[in-house]
Design a protein around this ligand. Sequence first.
Ligand code: ADP
Ligand code: MG
Length: 491
Amino acid sequence: MRKEVAAAAAITVGGAAFGVALFLRHWERQREQRLRQAKRILRKFANDCATPVSKLWNVANDLCSNMEAGLSSEESELGMLVSYIEPLPTGEEKGIYYGINLRGTNFLLIRGRLGGKNLPISELQREEVAIPSSAMDGDSTEELFDLIAVELAKFISVHSEIDGEAESRERKLGFTISFPVEEDAVSSGTAIKWRSLSVNDIVGKELTNDINQSLEKLGIDLRVFALVNDTTGDLAGGRYYSKENVAAITLGMATDVSYVESAEQVPKWHGQSPNSGEMIVNMQWGNFSSSHLPFTEFDASLDAESSNPGSRMFEKLISGMYLGEIVRRVLLKMAQETALFGDWVPPKLATPYLLRSPDMAAMHQDTSEDFETVDEKLNEIFGINNSTPMAREIVAEVCDVVAERGARLVGVGIVGIVKKLGRIANKKSVITIEGGLYEHYRVFRNYLHSSVWEVLGSDLSDNVIIENCHGGSGAGSIFLAASQTYNADSY
Ligand code: ADP
Ligand code: MG
């Protein structure tokens, strides 16, 4: 009897064990199958994002022809706004100068000393002031400009010094504007019309007068000469350091480029010819589009669901605002179609713009064996706490594909500009880049540099020098003030 029970029990245990083994095998097979599916999505995505050199040249050539079109006509994809005429800084500017950089919700007050002879900016002081929403919401800019004037007066009195040299001249105050990413969305209901300004812009001129009235009311002896976008300010800064600085790029949340163009190349310019023969053109390259750009289904849905469908297509591929969002969309599809994170679609994975590029960068640059940072970030951002090392590896690879594509497109954008300027073959060109994406995302920066090298080859790419912008965000306003105050007499 006992034997029979034992035998039956053995059969049952054996059967259960068999069942468990069967289940485990099934589960394992299913997991492998899902992983294969996820990898298939990844491969297709990587393929769609590919930027071989031949494709990059097509993009560069399209950018050149779009630039030419924009310089000839007002009706063009690229704004190509003439945004600063002269005098461009020469590097000889000396003295203490003040600048203001107006951003979406705050402004920076900046002060610094230039030593001439291309000596680096020194004694740099900056202060950030938050803008109360009442000052941004109204129809009038008076409250905002009065606030700026009051804060500037305080700032000057704290840092006051007599700068004998420029005392006798009318001193200029540099004023730059950083445009928020979604200009269209932000512009409604704000006193400042957030749009890029050309030198002839009537709104810009009115605003300049209004600021000067606020300064005058407080007895501040500085005058704003124009509102200039911050990318153009950065280029003025670059010019102080090097005559070969031909372009400045902003690469943070948003992206833009200003570059130095010869006046003859701007048929749409009907104003006075600059004495130097040069002017700064703000490209608004975020708006660039080309059939050669590697758009994927994920970019299409991001664009369709954005507040400005069909516009700023280049920005949507390369800027800090969008990189993480593209990654999120790919991961969501993988979660839905391959159960990458198990049998559920983590609800937070469906929340747009939840993945920001600093977190994406952290996952991408995770070198630990089991992708521990990826694990932490997935948990922290999306509440995914059961990811397998294989799934995490796929996440890191998605980040890699998105960053590589974006960075290579920026790189080839630079090549396009240098080509447009006819400087590829035998001239040195310095390009400065400002912004958190370039500054802090190491792998992105490396991809950017290596794409220029790959497209131009090692000899020609030696002529293209890409470096961090000088003085940090907003400092361009100081160089604009300096060139207007110091060099104005020579024109
Ligand atoms: P903006 O002036 O356009 O708001 P910033 O130049 O200050 O932007 O840069 C901030 C942006 O840079 C962030 O939105 C982010 O996209 C990107 N960024 C900042 N730090 C990092 C990082 N460590 N890794 C990747 N991207 C980063
Ligand atoms: Mg910035």
